[in-house]
Design a protein around this ligand. Structure first.
Ligand SMILES: [Cu+2]
Length: 150
């Protein structure tokens, strides 16, 4: 579909150049493509000095997994869970985080590649467990360590 459009556009531009008008068809080429992706939660801005840490969620012939699955973060950072392939969520399961408070709620299922779910790192220092509920038993698990910035 791209080639015919570009070809037609080039003809219009040549014609337009003669009349001195401004590239009338150019707006069409710059129109954003409709996007099937959507944000489940966010985007959340990191606090001053913080950063966004992207964690992908994938199903492929190697299995179902988070990348990375061991994360170190500082308070004020944002965890951005991004779907690559498959259907996944992220859950800081209370039962597996004994004694921890301020755990983020389990995310909805991400189903469209590119969808993101942001979590602000606003919980106390320590190491936390998270999992994808549909694939936890298959090993889709990870750990987050929150430590004060040095
Ligand atoms: Cu999963």
């Amino acid at each position: 579909m791209r080639h015919p459009v570009r070809f037609a556009l080039a003809s219009v531009l040549v014609a337009a150049a003669c009349s001195g008008s401004e590239k009338p068809a150019d707006n069409m080429a710059n129109m954003p493509m409709p996007s099937a992706t959507a944000t489940i939660n966010g985007p959340i801005e990191p606090k001053a000095g913080g950063k966004v840490i992207e964690i992908t969620m994938t199903s492929d012939d190697k299995g179902n997994y988070f990348t990375p699955n061991t994360i170190e973060a500082n308070p004020g950072d944002v965890l951005r869970y991004k779907l690559t392939l498959g259907v996944h969520n992220v859950n800081f399961l209370a039962d597996s985080n004994a004694g921890k408070t301020g755990l983020p709620p389990a995310s909805a299922l991400l189903q469209l590649p590119g969808q993101t779910h942001d979590i602000a790192v606003s919980f106390a220092e320590g190491t936390y467990y998270f999992q994808c509920d549909p694939h936890a038993a298959l090993g889709m698990r990870g750990h987050l360590t929150v430590a004060a910035k040095k």
